[in-house]
Write a protein of this length. Structure first.
Length: 332
C-alpha cells in the first residue's frame, strides 16, 4: 500500500496546487519513483489511499500498468490518519503486506526487507536508518536481536536512546489489525476526525509494546529522504543528480549549460544539470549544477542559475539570477 493521502503542508506553497506525491524529483513525481521501486521488487498488486487532489493522482498513474504495477485506489473523504487509511483498505491487503509512503525518496532493497520479515516470528518489520540528528525523526529503541522495545519522538541527540530513525516503510502480517484502536478511541484523533482515524505511533505500536507482541527493526543502508520540507525536496533532487540515490532521471544530463558567447570572467559552468523534455533555454544563459530544469520549463535570455530546481512548466524571466532556489509556475 502506498500512502498518498496527506496534505503536504510543509511543502507549501508548491502543494497548494498539487498533491505531495506528484511533486517532482529529477523530473518525475516522487510517487512514480515509489511505483517503479515496487515493480522492481515484485510488489505489483498495489493500492494507494487518496485525499488531497485525488483526481490528479488517478489521472497521472491510472491503473499503474505504465509503471509495472496493478494500481487501485482508496479515497478518503476525511483523512483517517497514518494507520487508519491502511485499515480502511484491509479488504485489499493479504496475509502479509508492505506499507510505504508515496513521498519517500529511497532505493531500499525491498526484497531483502521481505526476506527479513519472513524470517522472524514478529507481527511487523519497520525499516530504520541511522541518522546524525535525532531531533528531526521518530527513533526506534531495539534490543540486540533487533526486536523493538520502545520509541522516542524527535529526541534531542543528548537524550536520544537510539539513532535509528523510523523510515515509515513497514511490512505487516494481517494480525496487526487486531491491535488497532476501536472506532472513535484513537489517542491521536482530534475534534472532527472520523471514527476510523488511527495512528501508528500513538495507537498501534504502543498496543504492540503493551501486549509484548514481537516486532522488529530492519536497519537499512540505502538512501532515504522523506521529502518532508522544501529543503529536503531540493536536497533529494541534488542527491539524485550526484548519484547518491538510484532513480530514473527524467531528461538529459549535461555538464553545465552555457548558451551564447561566454563572458571571459565567468569561466565555464560545471556539475550536472538535468534538462527535462521540451524545456527551452534562451540566449546568454548560464546554469551551474547540480540543477534540474523541468519538462516544458523556460529559462529566459541572460539568466544566471546555480543549484536550482525549476519545476515543470515554470517560466524564469529574462535576466533573472537564482541561486539555491526552487522555482514553480502556478497552475503549471
Amino acid at each position: 500500500m502506498v500512502l498518498a493521502a496527506g496534505l503536504g503542508t510543509r511543502l507549501r506553497p508548491i502543494t497548494y496546487e498539487m498533491p505531495k506525491p506528484l511533486v517532482p524529483v529529477v523530473n518525475r513525481p516522487v510517487m512514480e519513483h515509489i511505483l517503479l521501486l515496487l515493480a522492481r521488487h515484485g510488489f505489483t498488486e498495489t493500492i494507494a489511499n487518496l485525499h488531497w487532489f485525488p483526481e490528479l493522482i488517478e489521472g497521472r498513474f491510472g491503473d499503474g500498468s505504465a509503471f509495472g504495477v496493478d494500481l487501485s485506489y482508496s479515497r478518503e473523504e476525511q483523512l483517517l490518519g497514518t494507520s487508519g487509511g491502511v485499515r480502511n483498505a484491509a479488504g485489499f491487503l493479504g496475509d502479509s503486506f508492505l506499507v510505504i509512503s508515496g513521498d519517500a525518496l529511497t532505493d531500499i532493497d525491498l526484497g531483502a526487507m521481505r526476506a527479513f520479515h519472513e524470517s522472524h516470528d514478529g507481527i511487523a518489520t519497520l525499516a530504520t536508518k541511522r541518522v546524525d540528528d535525532t531531533s528531526q525523526f521518530g527513533v526506534a529503541i531495539t534490543g540486540s536481536d533487533g526486536r523493538i522495545q520502545g520509541f522516542q519522538e524527535k529526541p534531542d541527540p543528548a537524550e536520544a536512546l537510539s539513532d535509528l530513525a523510523n523510515c515509515g516503510i513497514y511490512m505487516f502480517r494481517s494480525e496487526v489489525f487486531d491491535f488497532f484502536p476501536s472506532p472513535g478511541t484513537s489517542l491521536a484523533a482530534g475534534p472532527g476526525d472520523p471514527p476510523g482515524f488511527a495512528d501508528w505511533a500513538m495507537d498501534v505500536f504502543p498496543a504492540l509494546l503493551e501486549g509484548d507482541v514481537p516486532f522488529y527493526s530492519h536497519e537499512i543502508g540505502a538512501y532515504w529522504n522523506d521529502i518532508g520540507n522544501l529543503e529536503e525536496l531540493k536536497e533529494g533532487n541534488l542527491d539524485a543528480l550526484r548519484g547518491k540515490v538510484g532513480l530514473d532521471l527524467g531528461g538529459e544530463v549535461v555538464d553545465g549549460v552555457r548558451t551564447g558567447a561566454a563572458a571571459s570572467e565567468e569561466g565555464l559552468p560545471g556539475a550536472p544539470v538535468l534538462l527535462g523534455p521540451d524545456c527551452e533555454i534562451g540566449d546568454d544563459v548560464r546554469i551551474d549544477g547540480p540543477s534540474v530544469i523541468g519538462a516544458g520549463a523556460r529559462v529566459g535570455d541572460g539568466c544566471r542559475l546555480r543549484e536550482v530546481i525549476v519545476l515543470s512548466g515554470a517560466d524564469i524571466p529574462a535576466c533573472s539570477v537564482l541561486a539555491g532556489a526552487i522555482a514553480a509556475q502556478r497552475g503549471g
